[in-house]
Unconditional design. Structure first.
Length: 584
């Protein structure tokens, strides 16, 4: 049974099927209108959840002639875990910043091609710090996807964007030491030794090397050290073998047993590469994520905020907000869904409430596109199949926390001379060397704040200030921020930032308390599914499978390669639309 599950999940991860069709290619065509869903009799479809997955699914079905309605629990907005803080959240209402999805890897062609199709402008997101504009290519670029079938999908004529090499002026701050990333990369020894790890290798290089064992299942190493995908049939069997051999491994166990790493090495690499909080999670999630988050990947963001994408998706849909689904009854002729009005506070915190006059909705088919954990609070009649219930109850949902600080000026774009000029007689030197003008990039620290990200661009609309993501953390790190009051989160993150950049930045900070806990959000119930060891094979095959030809499932939890990414939501929403059309 584990062997069969491994094959099912290998195909899902690679977005292929028993005939080795390339589903990424099919989905690209569907999402950009180059292809349509199978033509059938028009059906009543109810989509539950107006996040990316639900709205993508609803749009495709509507375009194919089905009568589609969407229910959304959140009274104040659509978008789910795409959420942009904008307007009077800030002292300067021209600013915006992301509570959720913020960066799109260039390899996430489904997201980029869909955004281009919807004419949502995008620009580079700099994971590494770069000299301030106008040096930077700020225009969009072509989306190119080369399939193993030999077919190529390209979205236009513009050149493919290649990110410039980073300056490396942001900080690594651990064990009481603070050095620039460039200095760390040039000589990792002193920082590594502060963990008790005596190595001249960077933590990024060490982790990259550790993934070679996993890579070798689906790729071939070239003489120059680069890797090439194996032919698709071998990739599928290789991925199935990888799942079979290693789904039971946590990241910790893999690094200890598989790679023979010492505790000191695990702590050094874990701290700098953001792995510490995930050591107990399934190893394979870290393999997949490593391909998406590393300094060699190019990213994009949406110029007007990520919610520009979800607003564009919502445009032609009939979405009823403030309706919380509590009951789903399937009979021979269709499905009756009960929804209650939402009456909690607008801020999405956990102290909301539902109540009032319930309403019933009748449909031929229902697509459940809410976070999986939310289905635990819905009554199903008849009971969902055993495997599905287990998956709903047990699948691990990770959490994430972001603290955003507003500044009235973009001081991170200043060099030391500019600081002198701005502060005059109040001028004080920076604690860790002269300032270098830069946009984007970020710092890593072993303090509670963990990861800092600076904006890659000014906000549209000419605001002189900007918003810094002053603390971004996951899992245990996030839980510790969740427990603080909003004011304390702000204080903690600001103190951390002044430790790195000096008290002088306090001249420009505003007093806005803006933070987002994805666990303590009553509609999200977590950041995203990240499996614990064994769950990919034991629960994975039950997550997305339709029930009785009436109930369908969508959301990034349904796409194991892309949990916690918009691409996962888009792929699963498209898959659900295809399933509905094929059943209708
Ligand atoms: N896609 C998100 C990001 O770019 C989250 C990635 C993984 N999340 C996690 N908890 N491991 O930051």
């Amino acid at each position: 049974a584990r062997k069969a599950a491994a094959l099912i999940m290998a195909r899902r991860i690679l977005l292929t099927d028993a005939d080795h069709n390339d589903l990424t290619l099919d989905y690209l065509k569907l999402l950009t209108g180059r292809q349509r869903l199978r033509k059938t009799e028009s059906r009543d479809v109810l989509v539950v959840g107006a996040g990316v997955a639900g709205m993508v699914c609803a749009r495709l079905l509507q375009a194919a002639g089905h009568r589609v309605r969407v229910l959304e629990a959140n009274r104040s907005r659509v978008g789910g875990r795409v959420k942009t803080f904008r307007g009077d959240v800030w002292q300067d209402p021209r600013l915006h910043a992301e509570a959720g999805a913020m960066r799109i890897p260039s390899s996430h062609v489904l997201t980029l091609a869909l955004a281009d199709h919807l004419k949502v402008p995008r620009r580079p997101f700099d994971l590494v710090d770069l000299p301030p504009e106008p040096d930077q290519v700020s225009d969009d670029s072509r989306v190119v996807y080369k399939s193993w079938t030999g077919e190529e999908f390209a979205s236009g004529e513009a050149p493919v964007y290649v990110a410039p090499k980073g300056l490396g002026n942001r900080f690594v701050h651990v064990n009481g030491q603070t050095v620039s990333k460039a200095d760390y990369n040039a000589d990792p020894g002193p920082i590594n030794k502060s963990f008790g790890w005596d190595s001249g290798q960077t933590t990024a290089a060490a982790f990259d090397k550790a993934l070679d064992t996993a890579r070798a299942y689906t790729m071939t190493k070239n003489p120059d050290g680069s890797w090439t995908d194996k032919p698709i049939a071998e990739r599928v069997t290789g991925m199935a073998d990888l799942l079979y051999d290693m789904d039971g491994y946590s990241l910790l166990r893999y690094l200890q047993e598989g790679e023979g790493w010492s505790d000191a090495q695990i702590q050094a690499v874990g701290t700098l590469e953001n792995l510490t909080s995930r050591l107990s999670y399934g190893f394979l999630h870290s393999v997949f994520d490593a391909g998406d988050i590393n300094p060699s990947v190019t990213y994009f963001e949406f110029n007007a905020g990520t919610d520009a994408l979800t607003e564009a998706l919502a445009a032609d849909l009939a979405i009823e907000r403030g309706r919380v689904v509590t009951r789903v009854r399937t009979d021979d002729d269709g499905v009756t869904v009960t929804a209650e009005p939402e009456t909690g506070p607008e801020d999405e915190a956990c102290d909301g409430a539902i109540g009032g006059q319930a309403r019933e909705y009748r449909a031929d088919m229902v697509v459940l596109a809410v976070p999986f954990a939310a289905l635990r609070h819905v009554d199903f009649e008849p009971l969902l199949p055993y495997g599905k219930r287990r998956a709903i109850n047990e699948l691990k949902h990770d959490t994430a926390h972001k603290v955003l600080l507003e500044f009235t000026e973009r001081w991170w774009e200043w060099d030391e001379a500019t600081w002198r000029e701005k502060l005059g007689s109040d001028y004080r030197p920076a604690p860790h060397g002269d300032a270098v003008a830069a946009v984007g990039g970020g710092c890593v620290s072993d303090e509670a704040s963990r990861f800092v990200y600076f904006p890659s661009h000014p906000s549209d609309g000419g605001a002189p200030g900007g918003v810094v993501l002053a603390a971004y953390n996951w899992a245990e790190d996030a839980l510790r921020f969740d427990a603080l009051t909003p004011a304390d989160r702000h204080t903690e993150a600001l103190e951390h930032l002044t430790g790195l950049y000096g008290e002088r930045i306090r001249h420009y900070v505003t007093d806005r308390h803006v933070s987002q806990s994805w666990l303590r959000n009553r509609w999200a119930l977590g950041e995203a599914v990240i499996e614990t060891p064994g769950q990919l094979l034991s629960l994975g095959p039950h997550v997305a499978t339709p029930v009785n030809g009436r109930l369908f499932f969508a959301g990034d939890h349904c796409q194991p390669r892309y949990h916690a990414w918009i691409s996962g939501a888009i792929a699963s929403g498209t898959e659900a639309a295809v399933q509905v059309a094929d059943t209708a």
